[in-house]
Design a protein around this ligand. Structure first.
Ligand code: GLY
Ligand code: MN
Ligand code: MN
Length: 435
């Protein structure tokens, strides 16, 4: 990803903005406990627009008639900070690196923001971001309203995130390449987990094996907290304990993936701990796989997302009928959403800079969006049969299966970005039995 990409994104945002000033603040560091912090993670909207991956910074976009101006406020070089934590980018380097009209010192922002807002009517911010930079902008706007001689002042504070996230919905080629890189590393990690898995290991040991691949490949972070769920643990949807023993004859569900340059991947595979599916496991697995493949197959430009969701619900109902888990009239079961008890989550979500990319799912009228080339969505059907659920035939109890891939919508249909990860029964068993 290069400066031209970030420049183009800012221009796209400015084009869609009415006159006014947009301010997007960098994420602060988050405290973990006492004086230790979580690893730093930038605000995705901020990163999308400028690619700077450090705190204490703000991006200001100004639009006056047809004129635009872009300012990036960053932290100046600080010898004390450099001694303890390493040097930040600094003003000189930022001027060389970023294709903005001006780079300024963030220490001057509280003073200067008032001048920047003068004679503007619209302020565009993330309405729910509690950054002090946004609070300072609001205070400056208030002061301007009370200042004699100022003819125009901020009269509306508007949500900038919707504009940015609408842009984020359609991934540009450089974003797709970045996601591909995250997926490629995650693919190796899943295959490594399949290769290493043995009964008697602990769930966290598979997580560690995958994390080794992430770090050793240069991916700085997981894209989300890994789920490594042996046996019945897979039926806890957000199981993140990952401390249980992996038992002979059970399955393990792994929902784990890395991010690359802040872009996510999001992959789930479920496989037998000893490398061989039992008959009941295989019966359920092949049903989930069939649902997943048929939903993926249906993705192409023009198809509406809520249609895909409904289609997946019908397929899951059919799977449950075939397995003898729900009985009755098919249409009535679909209408009653009989699948929900055993498949409580949706079929998938947008993915990009955030694993659950917060891009719109509906248009201004509230109508479901239709797929367009460049959108990236996960497809992740699952069936979850708790060990204590007596509504399920005994042979299926304790089985929880999800299969998740990352799908790019293309002009002619779709591409499964994670299609190289073993997924058929035969391929999974082969990957589990590799030395
Ligand atoms: N890993 C989170 C999800 O699948 O949505
Ligand atoms: Mn997902
Ligand atoms: Mn996932």
């Amino acid at each position: 990803m290069n400066e031209t990409h970030f420049y183009t994104r800012r221009q796209n945002l400015l084009e869609r903005m009415e006159e006014g000033v947009a301010i997007i603040a960098a994420a602060p560091h988050a405290l973990r406990s006492n004086d230790t912090e979580y690893p730093y993670r930038q605000n995705s909207d901020f990163y999308y627009l400028c690619g700077l991956n450090e705190s204490n910074a703000a991006l200001v976009l100004i639009k006056t008639g047809m004129e635009t101006k872009t300012l990036l406020y960053v932290e100046a070089y600080d010898a004390e900070h450099a001694l303890w934590n390493g040097a930040k980018t600094g003003l000189d380097e930022a001027r060389k690196r970023f294709r903005v009209d001006e780079v300024r010192d963030i220490a001057d922002y509280p003073e200067e923001i008032k001048e920047l807002l003068r004679e503007h009517v619209n302020l565009f911010i993330d309405l729910f971001d509690e950054s002090p930079f946004l609070a300072q902008a609001k205070s400056a706007a208030k002061e301007l309203r009370e200042t004699r001689g100022v003819k125009r002042h901020i009269r509306s504070i508007r949500d900038v995130t919707h504009l940015i996230r609408t842009l984020r919905l359609i991934k540009q080629p450089e974003e797709i390449e970045t996601i591909r890189k995250a997926v490629a590393i995650t693919a190796r990690a899943h295959h490594e987990a399949m290769r290493q898995c043995r009964a008697g290991m602990r769930e966290y040991q598979l997580q560690a094996a995958m994390h080794y691949v992430f770090l050793n490949s240069g991916a700085a972070s997981e894209a989300y907290g890994a789920i490594v769920a042996g046996g019945n643990n897979a039926n806890t949807l957000h199981y993140v304990d990952n401390r249980d023993e992996l038992r002979e004859g059970e399955l393990v569900l792994i929902d784990a993936a890395c991010e690359w340059e802040l872009y996510a991947s999001d992959i789930t595979r479920t496989f037998p701990i000893n490398g061989k599916f039992t008959a009941p496991q295989r019966e359920v697995y092949e049903k989930v796989l069939d649902v997943q493949m048929r939903v993926i197959e249906a993705i192409r430009p023009g198809v509406k997302r809520d249609w895909l969701q409904k289609f997946s619900e019908e397929l899951l109902c059919d799977a449950l009928i075939d397995l003898g888990i729900v009985n009755g009239n098919r249409d009535a079961l679909i209408e009653a959403k009989a699948h929900k008890k055993y498949a409580p989550h949706g079929i998938g979500h947008w993915m990009g800079l955030d694993v659950h990319d917060p891009c719109p799912y509906v248009d201004v009228a509230g109508e479901s969006l239709a797929f367009e080339a460049g959108m990236v969505m996960t497809i992740e059907p699952g069936l979850y049969f708790r060990a204590d659920d007596e509504s399920v035939p005994e042979r299926y109890r304790g089985i929880g299966i999800r299969i998740e891939d990352d799908i790019l919508v293309t002009q002619s249909g779709h591409e499964n970005l994670s299609g190289m990860i073993a997924k058929t029964v035969a391929d999974i068993e082969a990957a589990c039995n590799q030395q």
